[in-house]
Ligand binder design. Structure first.
Ligand code: NI
Length: 204
């Protein structure tokens, strides 16, 4: 039977193949950073590290943004893990954890493993890396960077800070993620203040 270590290596290889050319901010290195964030959180949060790490590798595989609005997580995770002869019980667990992670579905995780993967994913959406991903994603959707006019501002990348990014630090599940999130949040606030200063926009 395939070992846990081997499954993780094969998952990494599979994800590298599928995601290397993705350019909307969900590229292979995003997923790798989520795995690294998850490992950091695991240092202080006792959990099943194999489930956390495997779910982190596979968390964006079936994401609806990459499949014309349809979430294919369950199907693609099943296909991939059964091709490695992973037990169905383990596959179901990974599918369950991944289904609890997505921000857009507004799901609340109910296992520590899902809480950790969700935190790890959200950490990559904030701070310096989060800013870069926000503009890359906005560009892929033909969004403007910023407008001083409210009616145009609604669909801009800067607006996305208020709609999502600034809210994430209060949504962390684990204490270790919260500490990292606070630092990244502060950096985004400084960034926005500097941005407004450069473009001559004052918040009233
Ligand atoms: Ni992700």
């Amino acid at each position: 039977m395939i070992s846990k270590a081997e499954i993780l290596i094969r998952a990494q290889e599979h994800i590298r193949e599928v995601f290397l050319t993705e350019s909307t901010g969900h590229d292979y290195y995003h997923i790798q950073r989520v795995v690294i964030n998850a490992r950091k959180i695991l240092i202080t949060e006792p959990a099943d590290s194999f489930v956390v790490e495997l779910a982190a590798w596979l968390h964006d595989l079936g994401d609806h943004k990459l499949h014309d609005g349809v979430d294919k997580s369950e199907e693609l995770i099943n296909d991939f893990l059964s091709s490695l002869d992973v037990e169905q019980q383990v596959i179901d667990r990974i599918v369950e954890v991944v289904s609890q992670v997505s921000f857009s579905k507004g799901n609340t995780p109910y296992s520590i493993e899902a809480e950790i993967v969700q935190d790890a994913d959200r950490l990559d959406a904030i701070g310096a890396i989060g800013i870069a991903r926000c503009f890359a994603y906005g560009g892929s959707k033909n969004r403007i960077l910023f407008s001083p006019h409210k009616y145009e501002q609604i669909n801009s990348s800067i607006q996305h800070f208020y709609d999502k990014l600034f809210k994430l630090k209060d949504k962390m599940n684990t204490q270790s993620a919260r500490i990292i999130a606070n630092k990244r949040h502060q950096f985004m606030q400084e960034y926005i203040a500097e941005f407004y200063q450069e473009v001559g926009f004052s918040i009233d």
